[in-house]
Design a binder for this molecule. Structure first.
Ligand code: 13P
Length: 285
């Protein structure tokens, strides 16, 4: 299988105190840029598709086949996970697994904990038979992600322990103040005390959602407190959009897509490399 689960990748990262970046993909350009940069830096990497983007990108099989064929074309040798981000239903998670995704997140964080656990168990039992890893969420990451808008709700400590002990998940996204999209002018207010307590009580790695806009020293602190998977989307779409805007504004006659997209790909690559270096995952493949 070309893609690996996040289990070994994250266990090693947590033990050696670095993190693996999850980058959300928004089209072909992202897949090429992420795989090329990770390969150059010899870093393990997680390519993720937010559930709300699946149809836009052609469906699970199309996404899987697209990533697979670019993976082959580029002769990728580093560990790559293909992950469903914020799977909104059990059915979607199972469909992603059947299509060849090597990792899924079941996001039952909007349900009561008993319901969240029950559904996570169904996903986890199915995933384990296929060697696929599972991430689950407790609490709510705030902000706006691909149209889903929500306020921050801190993960409850006991609910986190319960979910982890009653399911066989590989990584836990415990919402502790981060938000998807842009932070307001006062910046992130992360619950480091809660993070430390959780990390001391859990063996599995933590996942940080909403990492775009979190200053580097705080990201490093999150890694120290057990976060081995850190998710980025907004920082990438922002540099992409700025580049496209600049190219169009400074060349009003331009219409060849390749000439508009190549500078945007370079902008993505610069950002991806900067983030991988902050994660400390270079030369860990
Ligand atoms: P950002 O919006 O901060 O990039 O977060 C992305 C994310 O957490 C995807 O799950």
């Amino acid at each position: 299988m070309a893609f690996v689960s996040i289990t070994n990748m994250l266990t090693k990262a947590k033990r050696e105190k670095y993190a693996v970046a999850q980058f959300n993909i928004n089209g072909l350009l992202w897949i090429q840029a992420i795989l090329e940069c990770a390969e150059q830096l010899k870093s393990p990497i997680i390519l993720a598709v937010s559930d709300r983007m699946v149809e836009y990108l052609g469906g699970f099989e199309c996404i899987h086949n697209m990533v697979l064929s670019i993976h082959k074309k580029l002769n990728i040798t580093i560990p790559v996970a293909l992950h469903l981000d914020h799977g909104m239903s059990v059915e979607h998670c199972l469909q992603a697994i059947d299509a060849g995704f090597s990792s899924v997140m079941f996001d039952g964080s909007h349900s009561e904990i008993a319901e969240n656990i029950k559904n996570t168990q169904i996903v986890s039992n199915y995933a384990k038979q296929k060697g696929v890893s599972v991430e689950a969420e407790v609490g709510t990451v705030g902000g706006n992600e691909d149209g889903l808008i929500g306020g921050v709700k801190y993960a409850d400590f006991d609910e986190c322990l319960r979910l982890v002990s009653e399911t066989k998940i590989d990584a836990l996204a415990a919402a502790l103040g981060s938000v998807h999209g842009k932070y307001n002018s006062s910046g992130p207010n992360l619950g480091f005390k809660e993070m430390e307590r959780l990390n001391n009580s859990l063996k599995i790695p933590l996942v940080l959602h909403g990492a775009s806009g979190i200053p580097e020293p705080q990201l490093k602190k999150c890694i120290q407190f057990g976060h081995a998977k850190i998710n980025f989307n907004t920082e990438l779409v922002t540099v992409w959009a700025n580049s496209v805007r600049n190219t169009l504004q400074s060349n009003p006659e331009i219409c060849e897509p390749r000439l508009i997209m190549l500078p945007a790909k370079e902008a993505l690559e610069q950002k991806i490399k900067t983030i991988i270096n902050i994660m400390g995952s270079s030369n860990r493949a």
